[in-house]
Design a protein around this ligand. Structure first.
Ligand code: AMP
Length: 402
């Protein structure tokens, strides 16, 4: 029997979605994946991919609601429309759940208002998420819609990790704290580790590295996060594809006063024109690697800066955990880049961490979770592919049945 759930990730100019069959093998590709992009531009793009078909539409897309409705129509042409499939729940990825949401919730009008009230904390993301929720609720009024928050896993971060050294009154007035992001991914991959290592979840201290275009790390003790690299926004922490990661806040004052830059220009500079792209002109690691191979010094520097920052946090999190059992790599870079795993874990034998070169290299065609540390490494190093959509679908299904 099939058991379909729709998962929607609605961004400012695109909507990504998947239909997953929760009765299928989790390693299988989704039953259907779709992308609606270039919304509001002269030419739009909708693409649907199933196991045996790909269909596309390049007409302009006036709005998110037009895009979603057209995508649903295209799904029906494939015989895979929401009605054909008897979709049992819809899961929505919501970026910021503020201090309010510590777990997924069934969406009601009140919940939409709550998510709206958090827009000041995520001005780029939450409005698009709300748009997706409202459109999908209009198009699919008879199924339960569930919001799954990127911040929820980190809701219980200890005060020492979540509070900045910022004036308490100001911080509280403006709800400034470290919220953390990529929570669905950190929770999903860390949740698989006990099974892989054959240990009780309570007995495992781990560091998870979600290294994708956005990148973050988490220190997790017995299933609960005790620290993470991202903060009030997804800008803090690691050097990313286009984001600075940690930066001296004094640089903002300097650029404002000396560079005569506006706040919006600095925002764009830090979020879109920095990181690997701003350092070396390439935010994709595959391109960066090509540049390094050609002897490009900026690319090599960008790589070294990236690795240096990851290692800084590995060290910090190791001390905070006190005892470390596992290091887990995930997301596009973490799952695929042999060199990043090797270099971020290099020369840590004194700390009980040792990668097995051939296990680390032998990635071709390996799909599921795997251990890449050597047998004598007291800390196990793993690659665990993330699947945020599956995690969201499972949460949506579970809540829809309550
Ligand atoms: P994500 O945000 O998880 O989709 O990760 C996207 C990033 O993963 C891309 O920007 C690439 O830099 C990186 N990536 C994906 N595939 C590979 C690969 N085969 N080798 C190296 N890096 C990769």
């Amino acid at each position: 029997m099939t058991n379909y759930v729709l998962v929607l990730n609605s961004g400012s100019s695109s909507i990504k979605f998947q239909v997953l069959d929760l009765n299928a093998d989790p390693q299988d590709p989704p039953f259907l994946s779709g992308l609606v992009e270039q919304i509001g531009e002269n030419r739009g793009h909708i693409k649907l991919v199933t196991e045996d078909q790909t269909i596309e539409d390049r007409r302009s897309i006036l709005s998110h609601s037009v895009g979603l409705e057209r995508a649903f129509g295209m799904m029906s042409l494939l015989g895979a429309g929401p009605q054909d499939l008897d979709i049992s729940a819809v899961g929505h990825r919501v970026v910021h759940g503020g201090s309010k949401f510590s777990e997924p919730v069934v969406i009601t009008d009140e919940i939409v208002d709550d998510i709206r009230s958090l827009i000041p904390l995520a001005p780029l993301h939450n409005p698009a998420n709300i748009d997706g929720i409202e459109n999908a609720r209009t198009l699919l009024p008879d199924v339960k819609h569930v919001a799954v928050f990127d911040t929820a896993f980190f809701h219980s971060l200890p005060e020492a990790a979540s509070r900045y050294g910022l004036n308490r009154e100001v911080a509280d007035q403006y709800h400034i704290r470290r919220y953390g992001f990529h929570g669905t991914s950190h929770q999903y991959v860390s949740g698989l580790v006990p099974g892989i290592l054959g240990k009780d979840a309570d007995d495992i201290n781990q560091i998870t590295l979600h290294l994708g275009n956005g990148a973050s790390m988490a220190a997790i003790r017995g299933g609960s996060p005790v620290d993470t690299t991202m903060g009030l926004t997804p800008l803090e922490g690691l050097v990313m594809g286009t984001r600075t990661g940690d930066i001296d806040a004094g640089i903002i004052f300097h650029l404002y006063r000396e560079g005569k830059m506006t706040i919006d220009e600095i925002d764009t500079l830090f979020n879109k024109r920095s990181g690997l792209k701003g350092l070396a002109g390439a935010n994709d690691f595959r391109l960066l690697q090509e540049l390094i191979n050609e002897g490009d010094q900026n690319a090599q520097d960008a790589y070294d800066i990236y690795v240096h920052r990851v290692r800084r946090y590995v060290g910090a999190f190791m001390l905070q955990l006190g005892r470390l059992d596992a290091v887990v790599f995930t997301a596009g870079v973490g799952e695929n880049h042999v060199g990043i795993r090797r270099d971020t874990m290099a020369e840590l034998e004194n700390f009980g961490i040792s990668i097995d070169e051939s296990r680390n290299n032998n990635d071709e065609g390996v799909e599921g979770p795997r251990v890449i540390s050597s047998d004598d490494s007291t800390v196990k190093v793993l690659v665990v592919p993330t699947n945020e959509e599956l995690a969201i679908a499972r949460a949506a299904k579970e809540l829809s049945e309550m």
